[in-house]
Ligand binder design. Structure first.
Ligand SMILES: Cc1cc2nc3c(=O)[nH]c(=O)nc-3n(C[C@H](O)[C@H](O)[C@H](O)COP(=O)(O)OP(=O)(O)OC[C@H]3O[C@@H](n4cnc5c(N)ncnc54)[C@H](O)[C@@H]3O)c2cc1C
Length: 396
């Protein structure tokens, strides 16, 4: 049986994460409005906070653990502030996950301690990675890869000490020719021309990268496999049977913001004397004020998305393939957090739009949920392929 009820111990642990999130909120507006300035990663108050916080109860077997707790913690962290959280807690970037998944033991030992970004997207390639045009050509004389191309919107692109980047070793082979390479900052020919200016999550340093005749040793190809498989499409259904936590985690990040927006709006409504009466049952919404009815619909949307996301974690914890459900959670959350944050602004009117408060920023920050880790449209394609048993070629 799936049971997502929280124990007292669960609540105590999540409460601590939320309390830390409140510290991030103190910095949220400053980071948002000073996008170009790099502010130190570790917030001074956070250091003191961890030292002073009362000891937490020990986690027992009746408490929530594993991937479900990871998702709940992620929601609680981002409830504080999405992008300040991204800035101050960065112990590993997306590239570290790629290194862990594809690197050899030797490569993991060599680069595992570096903060690594992940660069796939290019000016002409986003949703469809087979369009990667950055090239890596092997110079057999020196045993080096020579990399040329441009990457954009690289998360943590400034602070990262290196990058796992995708390049094609044979453009005519399509997806099969694409390989991952590790390039350390400071390598000649690897430049960071600018930081991207963004709608939201401005505290996060998103950057553009340029590679011009950038030479890396042959051993920087992750996994060291230089062969080009005859057909890559056959592997797709295999991938569909694996676990996925990155999409539910992206969903959870957005849901953390949505919950912050709901909590804030609930307080404002209560202060204004708007009654949220949950006892009226189905059909009872019509007897509530329009604001209350709207708000309660947003709460229901949040619950649906939260449960869908936790289900993915539960499946991963049980060893059940969850690829399809992961796309459902990401697609659902991507549109739900947009509707929730915009709905809260609509309910509160000018208060919601004011830069004195964080609600308008949360609306901007939450927009990313439906963009990176695959847009909503791409998730829907994955869902349709999974349900209909279509290949990538059948349905694109
Ligand atoms: C803040 C931020 C951080 C990012 N961080 C990273 C990072 O660290 N590393 C990285 O590599 N990338 C990163 N990205 C890039 C992100 O992954 C891409 O923006 C995303 O994959 C979409 O690609 P695109 O922008 O090229 O849009 P496109 O692929 O050009 O898509 C444009 C629109 O068309 C839709 N579309 C595309 N193909 C289809 C289709 N087949 N069917 C239906 N609709 C379709 C898309 O959903 C979208 O709405 C980041 C982006 C942002 C904004």
């Amino acid at each position: 049986m799936i049971d997502f009820r929280l124990t007292e111990t669960d609540r105590a642990h999540l409460e601590k994460t939320r309390a830390e999130g409140v510290i991030c909120r103190e910095y949220a507006r400053e980071f948002d409005e000073n996008e170009d300035e790099m502010i130190p990663d570790v917030l001074p108050e956070a250091q003191a906070f961890f030292g002073d916080y009362p000891e937490l109860p020990e986690v027992g077997k009746e408490d929530t653990q594993g991937p479900v707790m990871l998702l709940l913690q992620c929601m609680a962290q981002h409830w504080g502030d999405y992008s300040v959280r991204l800035r101050r807690s960065m112990r590993g970037g997306l590239g570290n996950a790629a290194l862990a998944a594809a690197g050899t033991d030797e490569q993991k030992a060599k680069w595992g301690e570096l903060l690594l970004s992940m660069a796939i997207t290019e000016p002409g390639c986003g949703s469809d990675p087979s369009r990667v045009s950055t090239s890596a050509v092997l110079d057999k004389g020196t045993d080096e890869w020579v990399i040329n191309g441009e990457k954009i919107f690289v998360t943590t692109g400034i602070r990262a000490e290196g990058v796992v980047m995708w390049a094609t070793i044979d453009k005519s082979a399509g997806r099969a020719g694409i390989k991952s390479f590790l390039v350390e900052k400071g390598t000649p020919g690897f430049d960071v021309p600018h930081k991207e200016k963004k709608l939201g999550i401005r505290a996060d340093d998103t950057a553009a990268y340029v590679f011009s005749d950038c030479r890396v040793p042959r051993g920087n190809l992750l996994g060291l496999d230089e062969t080009i498989p005859k057909s890559s499409s056959g592997g797709f259904r295999g991938v569909m049977k694996t676990f996925n936590m990155t999409r539910p985690l992206t969903a959870a990040m957005g849901l953390g913001i949505a919950e912050a927006a709901l909590d804030f709006t609930r307080d404002e409504l209560e202060e204004a004397g708007v009654v949220l009466d949950y006892s009226r049952g189905p059909g009872g919404l019509g007897r509530l004020s329009a604001a209350a009815a709207h708000f309660m619909r947003l709460e229901a949307l949040f619950s649906a998305s939260r449960l869908t996301t936790l289900q993915c974690g539960w499946m991963a914890g049980e060893g059940m393939p969850n690829n399809l459900e992961s796309s459902v959670s990401k697609a659902h959350a991507g549109s739900a957090v947009r509707e929730i944050t915009q709905g809260c602004i609509e309910i509160l009117g000018s208060v919601g739009a004011s830069r004195e408060l964080l609600l308008e920023k949360w609306m901007r920050d939450s927009r990313i949920t439906d963009i990176y880790e695959g847009t909503g449209e791409i998730q829907r394609l994955i869902i349709a392929r999974g349900l209909l048993d279509y290949t990538r070629a059948d349905l694109k």
